[in-house]
Design a protein around this ligand. Structure first.
Ligand SMILES: CC(C)(COP(=O)(O)OP(=O)(O)OC[C@H]1O[C@@H](n2cnc3c(N)ncnc32)[C@H](O)[C@@H]1OP(=O)(O)O)[C@@H](O)C(=O)NCCC(=O)NCCS
Length: 167
């Protein structure tokens, strides 16, 4: 299977919406209730920015804007996988978060996510660290990341969220 990795465009909208909605219903991603998924992706692709809430240990939070990059894995001219990354903290590219990763069910376990993460890691300078958060339901993703050298740094006792880092 020849997999091409490229930047996402607005032509990928329906694929991205489908994967996102499936991931939300499977408990792998956080949804944004009340906001249509197509609108979320349209804005992410157009602005290449995401607005996110960043919580402090005391429960207070700040809202920040962060740059994002979305890669598509394509097989036979069709999108089959996506990887969205962003700096772990804005304006600091020394640590990159693998924010979202998803592969079409019909082509899973054939190396598509591996190709996406390999290309993503090589896009950044040597010495960059990589970070990911996985919900407890995402056991395949946790195993996948561990296979690619990520270690579980912490598991939230409240939510079961797994925090992984490489190296
Ligand atoms: C996790 C996911 C992205 C992996 O994509 P993929 O293209 O199938 O992954 P690859 O083929 O590149 O890698 C396979 C490795 O991933 C892990 N893995 C993937 N599917 C697995 C499964 N069904 N059971 C156990 N391990 C699995 C294993 O480590 C596997 O290695 P192995 O085949 O040598 O055992 C895909 O299953 C997916 O989209 N899941 C739903 C969304 C999700 O969980 N996203 C991550 C949120 S943090």
């Amino acid at each position: 299977m020849k997999t091409i990795i490229r930047d996402a465009t607005l032509d990928d909208l329906s694929f991205l919406v489908g994967q996102f909605d499936e991931g939300v219903s499977g408990g792998h991603f956080a949804g944004q209730p009340g906001v249509p998924t197509a609108r979320i992706w349209h804005e992410w692709l157009r602005k290449r920015l995401m607005v996110r809430k960043c919580f402090r240990p005391d429960g207070s939070f700040i809202v920040e804007q962060v740059r994002i990059a979305t890669s598509i894995a394509e097989v036979d001219g069709k999108p089959v996988g996506l990887l969205l990354s962003s700096p772990e903290t804005p304006a600091d590219t020394s640590a990159i978060e693998i924010y979202m990763l998803s592969v079409l069910k019909s082509v899973r376990r054939q190396g598509v996510a591996s190709a996406l993460i390999r290309v993503e890691e090589h896009r950044h300078v040597a010495g960059t660290t990589f970070y990911a958060r996985c919900y407890p339901k995402s056991t395949w993703a946790i195993g996948f990341l561990q296979k690619h050298g990520y270690r579980v740094e912490r598991i939230s006792p409240d939510s079961g969220m797994h925090y992984l880092r490489k190296p």
